[in-house]
Design a protein around this ligand. Structure first.
Ligand code: CUA
Length: 179
């Protein structure tokens, strides 16, 4: 058989399998299964695989919840836009929204305390990239990701948008404090 002439037996399924080809199929299949098992295993043993809950939401519903938290627990304002810095009590539900082109509000959490962090986007897809911890979550309009977080290091963190969201994408940076 050559690559120029058509094969004598036109049905490829009837060709005998070469030993090398068979070996590679077995190697590839085994590797696929290992990779698949790693996805599950890494979720259990990896340190940065978040178990998120997801719910449907609307900008109105989410804004109302975030506004209620801001009204109750704002401790000061920062930046030129007078962004509220909110220090909600440990164990509470904490809301952070993304929109063109900022994160709102600024959160101030306590080290070693657990919070339920709710994330959504008001308009387009945005990214929640917590630096320098390098935790990455998508912020998707219409959906609310709930992540249970227990900050283990105090300091000032930056939240960087890592989904391209237009002309102001590179300036879309938020702030998070851990006391
Ligand atoms: Cu928001 Cu990029």
């Amino acid at each position: 058989m050559s690559a120029i002439l058509p094969p004598s037996e036109r049905l490829w399924i009837k060709h005998p399998i070469d030993r090398v080809e068979g070996t590679w199929i077995v190697i590839a299949l085994t590797w696929c299964l290992i990779m698949f098992a790693m996805m599950v295993g890494w979720h259990i043993w990896g340190t940065q695989n978040l178990s998120t809950e997801t719910y449907r939401t609307t900008p109105e519903k989410f804004t109302a919840a975030a506004q209620a938290m801001v009204d109750k627990y704002t401790v000061r304002t920062e930046t030129d836009q007078k962004t509220p810095v909110v220090a909600p009590p440990p164990g509470s539900d904490v809301y952070l929204l993304a929109r063109l082109w900022n994160f709102w509000p600024i959160l101030e959490l306590e080290k070693g305390k657990t919070y339920r962090l709710h994330l959504t986007a008001m308009d387009y897809n945005h990214g929640f990239s917590l630096q320098p911890a390098n935790i990455n979550i998508q912020m998707v309009p219409g959906f609310e990701h709930v992540v249970t977080v227990t900050p283990n290091q105090s300091g000032q963190y930056s939240i960087v948008c890592n989904e391209f969201c237009g002309i102001g994408h590179h300036q879309m940076v938020g702030r998070l404090y851990v006391k």
